[in-house]
Ligand binder design. Structure first.
Ligand code: PMP
Length: 352
């Protein structure tokens, strides 16, 4: 809702949370980037009402389906999700009056699953470490439910072109305008690939010299596929970061607009996320730590110059990882403190 409608109605209120999706801030990184060559800006997607970049695709895809007459009131939306897309679809469904069924990976944190249920979704938890074509995988479970539930629409974010379009029409133009066209590099995680592909497509259309730098996880196929266009199964093994990397090739990833990928570890990404809170006051998710970790690695490889304006996308909010990277016991159990000691850790004092 724009200012004009505010003035007409006099009461300064948004019609619903949906009006707050997008237009997230760009925040200069002042401290964590000290010693790094270049200027670094974070696009902080936690400022969306559903606290992640996935609000953008949920709203865009459902509104496109409505326009095409595919969705009717009372219909059911089905999706596979590591949590964030599910939350966003559930949120948009509540306002628009749809049922929402979500098939999620068992890797998703219990907090995420509880949040989906709080938003009125029916949740199926599927084993994480089975192949994508296993009938128990969340892809196969969603497909089966789509066949069984009458009047259901399967969003299928990994294979839906509208996932790219959503970011082409929102994230891309926002970053271009916020940097006054002075962005030189984009660093973004790739899961479905929608964020990086759509944003990159828009930015490259404005200035083809902008470098698009992807972030992938050790244990994922994306980097190797980008380099060879071959599916090397040996690249795939379990890892902890949720929402980053993949064990299949999503058609929502346009590999041609991405210049290169770098891989980050579970451990370094977790520590970097914690560092973002302590240095920038930014309480962001695990993949935001991964993206910042990738920035450090790209910088160490000599990717940036002093005049570089690097935009890094932070996909979601830290509150979703309280039982994981922001829990010292979980960190310890992963062995993440074995070789890395954090500076000035403040221990809890129990007053007796
Ligand atoms: N970070 C998080 C936390 C996510 O849930 C996702 C989506 N899977 C991504 C990053 C990657 O975004 P995209 O799917 O648009 O590539």
């Amino acid at each position: 809702m724009g200012l004009e409608s505010f003035m007409k109605e006099e009461i300064q209120a948004y019609n619903s949370v949906l009006d707050l999706i997008g237009n997230t801030p760009l925040i200069k990184l002042q401290n964590i980037s000290k010693g790094l060559k270049g200027n670094f800006y974070a696009k902080v997607e936690a400022f969306n009402p559903g606290h992640s970049s996935k609000d953008r695709i949920a709203l865009y895809i459902l509104e496109q389906a409505e326009k095409k007459g595919i969705l009717k009131p009372g219909d059911t939306i089905i999706e596979t999700t590591s949590g964030n897309t599910g939350f966003s679809i559930a949120m948009v469904s509540i306002i628009k009056g749809y049922e929402c069924i979500l098939a999620v990976s068992s890797k998703s944190s219990p907090d995420k699953i509880d949040m989906l249920r709080t938003m009125g979704a029916k949740v199926y938890v599927c084993p994480a470490n089975v192949s994508a074509d296993d009938p128990r995988s969340y892809y196969e479970v969603a497909k089966r439910l789509h066949e069984e539930v009458k009047g259901s629409v399967y969003i299928n974010q990994y294979f839906n072109e509208l996932n790219i379009d959503a970011h082409y029409h929102s994230t891309g133009p926002e970053i271009w305008n916020q940097t006054n066209g002075r962005i030189t590099h984009l660093v973004a995680c790739s899961g479905t690939g929608g964020t990086i592909s759509g944003t990159a497509k828009y930015l490259k259309e404005q200035n083809s010299a902008i470098k698009i730098l992807g972030v992938d996880a050790f244990g994922s196929i994306l980097k190797s596929f980008h380099e060879t266009r071959e599916f090397d199964k040996s690249e795939i093994y379990p890892y902890r970061i949720e929402g980053l990397g993949k064990n299949l090739i999503p058609s929502a990833t346009d590999f041609d607009v991405i210049d290169e990928f770098i891989k980050v570890t579970d451990q370094e990404s977790a520590h970097t996320a914690r560092e973002l809170a302590k240095t920038e006051g930014l309480f962001v998710g695990y993949t935001s730590g991964a993206a910042m970790q990738a920035v450090k690695q790209y910088e160490a490889n000599g990717m940036f110059g002093t005049d570089s304006n690097v935009v890094v996308i932070f996909p979601d909010h830290g509150s979703r990882y309280m039982s994981k990277i922001y829990n010292d016991e979980w960190m310890e159990n992963q062995g993440f403190f074995d070789s890395v000691q954090e500076e000035n850790p403040k221990k809890i004092e129990y007053v007796k």
